[in-house]
Design a protein around this ligand. Structure first.
Ligand code: SAH
Length: 467
């Protein structure tokens, strides 16, 4: 990050703008949102500058900017669309110690003006260091859509209520008070009864929240999907956003954790395969402890919590502590992996059943009904199967599975480092080593990538070996 975003206080400060054409008008439109004292320099001003001058919103001086003009100015803009004039403005600004911006000239500027979403007093500034103005425009458009036009009004009224709200106990209760206000109570009151209704609703909420908080906490057992945040359900997103405490597995991606509120306590309870791990009983105790104190806990598990997720132990612990919980399903890794290779779990005339297996269980490498799995046209997804691959292939071959049975391995499904290997049962153990598979992976037994997609660039699969 070359430019550090800050919000500069311009109340009563001087801002000098050199230039009186379209470019200057565009900048002035933004600057006029502030409480700065603006002076514009240049001859033959744009009619808009004339009318702003007549309305007393800025001062126009019909000459070139000169020494002394930038004295005590917080900012100086060069908006002449003329290199010589802009360089002159920069010299004047710098000699007066002001920060200088030359419009559309990153290298000649001390600061850049971001794209702005204005819900005063809430302001969203978007910058791409000049690298991708198109992207900035798109983010601005999306943010404009996301933030209700009434947000500014609600924030203004909320600001006036801060002292009263500060009488609430610090921490969770106060946070919940503000989220209830912004998410539900405020917008509803404003729509139904205008600003006065909002003030009344805030007062009521202030006393109600204390009663509500005596209630016990809540736990959402959430499926976070395979990694791509876009594969989260809306429900999961909402629960994550409302959580006071987020307790997550190692496989939950950083991009998803970013969606938690900044004030939320985030705890990783990682289980490394064959490495240092949190004990399940300690995880259960941690969840119960936080929810028992009244917190809204988001317990994030990778994929779907009902698939190899130790969900039952956590539900039992919550039941024992009388803590209410909800389960929010997620996209399991094998489901996303099937989408990646364009192959269905089941297919008419091929397989009418599909199994989810684990390569490991409490006893070590997991035993399964090998005889039935070894039959032709069986299909299964193996979770936690990379280390068990040699054992798994050996067992299946021993029970009569064909050496050429297709096996597809998808590592890091839906993440940027996703890798696909298309191999056979006999070659599986070596193929995994050759491809250097170390991340989480799904092994599909009896499924290969969709033929038509092999050659297509939609999947970006190289032709052979590691696809
Ligand atoms: N509840 C999870 C599974 C947890 S068990 C789910 O529904 O997906 C952990 C195993 O899940 C890993 O060893 C791996 O086999 C699989 N897994 C989880 N995330 C994955 C990912 N992004 N890509 C491939 N496999 C993944």
């Amino acid at each position: 990050m070359r430019h550090f975003p800050i919000f500069r206080d311009l109340r009563g400060r001087r801002v000098a703008v050199s230039g009186v054409g379209e470019t200057a008008v565009a900048k002035l439109r933004l600057l006029l949102k502030t409480e700065a004292k603006i002076t514009v320099y240049g001859i033959n001003p744009h009619p808009q500058i004339r009318s702003w001058t007549e309305a007393g919103r800025l001062q126009h001086i019909p000459r070139r900017i000169d020494h002394g003009d930038a004295l005590c100015a917080a900012l100086v803009y060069g908006a002449n669309d003329d290199e010589t004039e802009d360089a002159h403005a920069a010299r004047i600004g710098h000699s007066a110690g002001a920060l200088v911006n030359i419009v559309d000239n990153l290298e000649a500027s001390d600061f850049i003006t971001p794209a702005i979403v204005d819900r005063d007093p809430v302001t969203v500034a978007i910058g791409t260091e000049g690298a991708a103005p198109v992207l900035a425009r798109r983010i601005k458009a999306e943010t404009e859509e996301m933030l209700a036009p009434t947000l500014g009004t609600l924030a203004c009224i909320g600001q006036g209520f801060r002292d009263a709200a500060n009488a609430l106990p610090h921490g969770r209760i106060r946070r919940r008070f503000w989220s209830r206000y912004y998410d539900e109570i405020g917008p509803r009151a404003l729509a139904e009864g205008g600003e006065e209704a909002v003030v009344l609703a805030l007062e009521t909420l202030c006393s109600d929240i204390l009663v509500e908080d005596r209630e016990i906490g809540h736990v959402a057992l959430i499926g976070a999907g395979p990694g791509d945040p876009e594969l989260l359900t809306l429900k999961a997103r909402k629960a994550l956003h409302e959580a006071d405490v987020v307790i997550h597995d190692r496989l939950v991606s950083p991009e998803i954790l970013e969606l938690a509120r900044r004030e939320a306590i985030v705890i990783e309870v990682g289980k490394m395969p064959h490495g240092p791990s949190w004990k399940q009983s300690d995880i259960d105790a941690l969840i119960v402890e936080h929810a028992g104190q009244g917190a809204h806990v988001a317990r994030l598990k990778s994929g779907d919590p009902v698939v190899f997720g130790r969900l039952d132990e956590e539900m039992d612990a919550l039941d024992a502590a009388n803590i209410p919980f909800t389960i929010i399903p997620g996209i399991t890794a094998a489901s996303a992996a099937a989408a990646t290779i364009g192959t269905s779990w089941t297919r008419r005339g091929r397989n009418a059943a599909f199994r989810l297996l684990t390569g490991h269980d409490v006893a070590g490498f997991a035993e399964h009904d090998w005889r039935s799995l070894a039959q032709p046209d069986q299909a299964a997804a193996v979770y936690m199967g990379v280390r068990a691959a040699r054992f798994l292939a050996g067992r299946l071959l021993m029970h009569g599975a064909g050496a050429e049975t297709p096996v597809t391995v998808i590592e890091n499904v839906s993440r940027l480092d996703q890798k696909i290997i298309s191999t056979t049962l006999a070659r599986l153990p070596d193929a995994l080593i050759e491809a250097g598979i170390t991340g989480p992976a799904i092994l599909f037994l009896g499924l290969s990538p969709r033929q038509a997609m092999d050659a297509s660039d939609t999947l970006e699969l190289p032709a052979t070996g590691v696809l």
